[in-house]
Write a new protein. Structure first.
Length: 173
């Protein structure tokens, strides 16, 4: 019988070595790329192209301008190299950490300690809401001896709109 925990650990070590090799290869490739780019920039810098004097310069000697321009190719190469670095590093990191946890689940999963008095809170809530609806929409005796009755809330609102409240102005008819 194969020991599964030992097998998982061995696979994890192999995956780690493989990811390290991929990351090392990508890093070495990018380092080589940037060395070539740096060498090319230095060579271009030695052969600086100076613009000839323009008519504006001769007419206004106090006006200054930058006599050299950067070559567009090295700037574009740095930009592309940076984008490649970001893409390659992302592609290397995804398989490097296959067991990485996703973003934390923010839902609350805490259960209060026992004893739990409600075994089914959803059903209890539905029952409570049904009782409240029944009290608000039905007729019930509050005190049968005194003749006090609870009437539906809609009828009470209509009656209150007709008669008004003591101390408040009456409804316009």
């Amino acid at each position: 019988m194969v020991n599964r925990t030992h097998d998982k650990a061995r696979r994890r070590r192999c995956a780690w070595r493989r990811n390290l090799a991929i990351g090392g290869f990508a890093s070495a490739t990018l380092a080589f790329y940037f060395m070539l780019l740096r060498k090319r920039l230095i060579e271009r810098h030695e052969n600086v192209i100076v613009r000839p004097e323009t008519a504006d310069r001769r007419e206004n000697p106090k006006t200054a301008f930058e006599p050299t321009d950067w070559q567009l190719a090295p700037v574009a190469a740095i930009y592309v190299g940076t984008l490649l670095l970001l893409v390659i590093s992302t592609l290397v990191l995804i398989p490097a950490y296959p067991n990485a946890l996703p973003d934390a689940d923010r839902t609350l999963h805490i259960r209060p300690p026992g004893p739990r008095l409600q075994t089914n809170p959803e059903t209890d809530l539905q029952r409570f809401q049904a009782e409240e609806r029944k009290r608000l929409t039905g007729y019930h005796w509050v005190d049968k001896e005194k003749g006090v009755v609870r009437i539906p809330i809609e009828e009470e609102m209509k009656k209150l709109a007709r008669t008004g409240i003591d101390g408040f102005p009456g409804a316009q008819q």
